[in-house]
Write a protein that binds this ligand. Structure first.
Ligand SMILES: CC(C)(COP(=O)(O)OP(=O)(O)OC[C@H]1O[C@@H](n2cnc3c(N)ncnc32)[C@H](O)[C@@H]1OP(=O)(O)O)[C@@H](O)C(=O)NCCC(=O)NCCS
Length: 280
């Protein structure tokens, strides 16, 4: 395979089997339906080896209105690495993103590429997963009702710093939503859905770590004995608590942004678990 036989084109549904081959090769747990969901919410490119018509590279950009986008599913076939294809995919997506601030969660392999393209480290994301041990069902957390969606969107916008209504409405169609409700309006929310080898809990948005634990406990209690994943910021200080309940730390990633993060006014709400490393 030579660079001259490789061309970039828009990632379409008929490329997803080839994309799935690459994510499996990279050891990622995505199923075809996880790729499909990502594509529904995103736009991106595949690198095609035109001789063999095989997908040898992928990249997606998930836009949140005009302000922010996450860059995800950045993969180059093992056989094609180290020859500038990762950079080519990144340059194409940066152009497509326009003026949006870009966020991503980098692997150690991707880090040098992102640094060279002007991304700055903003934190560490810790991946927890495992079989859920018994967890007490928390008080004041209930399944969300349709009228809660407006409060949920507002909390998420406050914690994430951009309007993610398209993402949250789509995830709500394939998963479940719960809210923390002490009778004075919703004080936090959590979401759970099928992903990879089992389920993922996230996003989880709350005002403090105890509320975050209550929201996580709601879905963990329902998933006792099942395989669950939670991606959480190191600063959320949930790692020991999650590990005691069966979700051990299995890896970490580097949260990055381009251009350098602007210090916005601090929010009352924090994202205690990500929707996924891809979506932030
Ligand atoms: C990350 C990945 C996409 C990079 O793809 P690639 O085609 O090998 O990348 P490139 O050949 O374009 O190299 C990118 C740049 O990083 C540099 N680089 C790579 N490894 C480096 C290292 N260890 N130290 C310093 N620079 C390094 C290259 O020199 C190149 O810089 P240049 O463009 O200025 O010459 C690929 O390794 C991959 O698919 N890894 C597995 C999946 C993964 O982890 N994806 C990232 C998810 S966030």
């Amino acid at each position: 395979m030579t660079q001259s036989t490789i061309s970039l084109t828009a990632l379409r549904p008929d490329h997803l089997e080839g994309a799935l081959r690459l994510s499996r090769q990279a050891g990622w747990p995505h199923r075809l339906e996880d790729w499909q969901l990502a594509l529904d919410l995103s736009a991106g490119f595949v690198a095609l080896d035109t001789n063999a018509s095989t997908v040898v590279g992928t990249i997606l950009m998930t836009p949140y209105k005009r302000d922010v986008a996450t860059v995800n599913m950045v993969i180059v076939d093992e056989a094609a690495r180290g020859r500038g294809l990762g950079r080519k995919l990144m340059e194409a997506i940066i152009e497509q993103a326009g003026l949006r601030a870009l966020r991503l969660v980098a692997t150690g392999e991707g880090l040098p590429l992102y640094q060279k393209l002007g991304f700055f480290r903003t934190g560490t994301i810790i991946q927890h997963q495992g079989t859920v041990l018994p967890v007490a069902t928390p008080a004041n957390v209930r399944p969300a009702e349709s009228h809660d969606i407006f409060g949920i969107l507002e909390l998420d916008r406050s914690a994430f710093g951009a309007d993610r209504r398209c993402l949250l409405r789509t995830l709500a169609e394939v998963g479940q939503l719960a809210v923390l409700d002490r009778g004075q309006g919703i004080a936090g929310f959590a979401m759970s859905r099928g992903f990879g080898r089992g389920e993922v809990i996230g996003p989880v948005v709350a005002a403090n770590v105890d509320d975050g634990k209550a929201l996580l406990s709601f879905f963990m209690a329902r998933s006792e004995g099942r395989f669950v994943r939670v991606d959480t910021a190191e600063t959320a200080q949930l790692s020991a608590w999650l590990a005691e309940r069966g979700l051990i730390q299995v890896g970490d990633g580097i949260a990055m942004q381009r251009p350098v993060a602007v210090q916005s006014s601090p929010s009352t709400f924090t994202t205690f678990a990500l929707a996924s490393q891809a979506f932030g």
